[in-house]
Design a protein around this ligand. Structure first.
Ligand code: FAD
Length: 407
């Protein structure tokens, strides 16, 4: 295709900003929001390859949970009590900030608790064992006996559950769009950044098929696509697919809170219209789901339907309205990874939210905004710093999905 004079001129002239955020998911949009909030004078651009929320952030179940994707006891065993606690507090702050800062009605905010439910006796015991530790960490948590649990969510054959009274749900796509609108950033969609060209003065030119943008600092929040922009980084993220389905609306609100079950292997909620949204099953198809390809598969969808029919048999009278998938960025140790772009310490990346980005994203945006505007180690930074992956600690590099497989 030929380029017109005008197209060529646009391509040749770089638009300049103080900060450019690349990636219009929950992390990028939250960062743009907090940049505006912290330094209103900054000229900020938000650049997205597709549409806002086109990635995992607009395709997830909308659970805003506290803690990590694994259960609390596993976190304590893996990271130590202190780190597990700090992760809990970070995600709690994420939830509290969303409630305080944003207009929840704009994105379906509902906070009536969340339930982590055991799929077998052993998991039930682990959940009970974690109650004391969670309470000591300040978590508002109540253990429900199997009978109470099944009655509460109209399920069959599930075991005991932990009700976290501060758990919440959102419409994730509306949230992302709300954040972008509130940020007043210059939003460029359908603009894939193909290459970053760093200049000698510390600035960076972002090349896209249509135009060039320039900034002194960038925030890379591109999820699993990070290696394509910063190939020199060690392996900090890999693409993993998650699948979901939604039914036609049920007559009643029978699942009043979001439910995680089978060590996070399945998750289910009902929206305000009665649609049942359910996902997971990846733990039974682990190898096939290690892929960046956005497609549903009959095998995983059948696993999800089996779960629905087994534990929520009343849903059999509903039809399947929608099936979809999304690609998540998994980190080597299950925690998000944040760090300076190698050789360009004024710019920063954040990736590897491992099936739990809604639990971190808004608070993480504040951290990233602080970092890129000059705070070297914002509160919480070391919990997520990439430097931990360089340590000679084999346990820090174990894949958490061996034990837990949320989303
Ligand atoms: C089916 C499913 C269910 C899930 N359920 C939950 C849940 O209930 N709760 C929860 O906490 N988490 C859940 N997750 C995980 C959660 O969605 C992710 O952790 C989170 O969305 C990651 O956000 P992000 O901003 O890092 O990445 P993304 O949402 O992937 O955003 C990255 C963006 O960068 C853009 N991009 C990539 N490359 C470029 C480029 N070169 N130039 C410009 N833009 C680029 C992409 O198009 C994308 O929009 C789920 C995920 C899936 C798939």
């Amino acid at each position: 295709m030929s380029l017109s004079f005008w197209q060529q001129r646009r391509r040749a002239q770089a638009m300049a900003y103080d900060v450019i955020v690349v990636g219009g998911g929950i992390v990028g949009c939250s960062t743009a929001y907090w940049l505006r909030r912290q330094k209103p004078s900054l000229d900020v651009a938000l650049v997205e390859a597709r549409t806002l929320g086109a990635g995992a952030s607009g395709r997830n179940a909308g659970f805003v949970l506290q803690g990590t994707a694994a259960d609390y006891l596993s976190d304590v065993e893996r990271y130590g009590e202190r780190t597990a606690r700090r992760l809990w507090h970070f995600t709690r702050a994420n939830r509290d900030l969303m409630e305080k800062e944003l207009q929840g009605q704009a994105f379906g905010w509902k906070s009536e608790g969340s339930l982590t439910v055991a799929g077998d006796v052993e998991e039930d015991e682990r959940l009970q064992d974690s109650v004391g530790r969670l309470r000591a960490a300040g978590a508002p948590v109540v253990y429900l006996e199997p009978e109470q649990t099944n009655r509460r969510i109209h399920s069959t054959g599930l075991y005991g559950g932990l009700l976290v009274t501060t758990g919440a749900v959102v419409d994730p796509l509306r949230l992302v769009r709300h954040l972008a609108a509130k940020s007043s950033a210059d939003v460029h969609t359908h603009l894939p950044v193909e290459r970053l060209r760093w200049d000698d003065h510390g600035g960076v030119l972002l090349e896209t098929p249509d135009q060039r943008l320039w900034s002194e600092r960038v925030v890379l929040a591109v999820g699993p696509a990070l290696p394509s922009l910063v190939p020199e980084l060690p392996a900090v993220v890999r693409p993993v697919r998650a699948q979901m389905l939604a039914t036609t609306p049920g007559a009643n609100q029978t699942i009043p809170v979001p439910v995680y079950s089978h060590r996070g292997g399945f998750y289910i909620r009902q929206d305000e219209h009665g649609h049942v949204l359910v996902g997971g099953g990846r733990h039974q198809h682990r190898q096939a789901e290690e892929t960046p390809v956005d497609a549903t598969t009959p095998a995983v969808q059948a696993t999800i339907e089996r779960y629905l029919n087994t534990h929520f048999p009343w849903t059999q009278e509903l039809s399947i309205q929608q099936r979809w998938s999304g690609t998540m960025g998994f980190s080597p140790d299950g925690r998000p990874v944040v760090g300076p772009v190698p050789e360009h310490p004024d710019s920063v990346f954040a990736t590897g939210f491992t099936g739990h980005g809604m639990g971190y994203g808004f608070r993480m945006g504040r951290l990233l905004a602080q970092r890129v505007t000059g705070t070297k180690r914002p509160d919480g930074y070391e919990l997520f710093s990439v430097s931990r992956l360089n340590e000679n600690d084999p346990s820090s590099r174990t894949d958490p999905s061996a034990r837990s497989s949320s989303s």
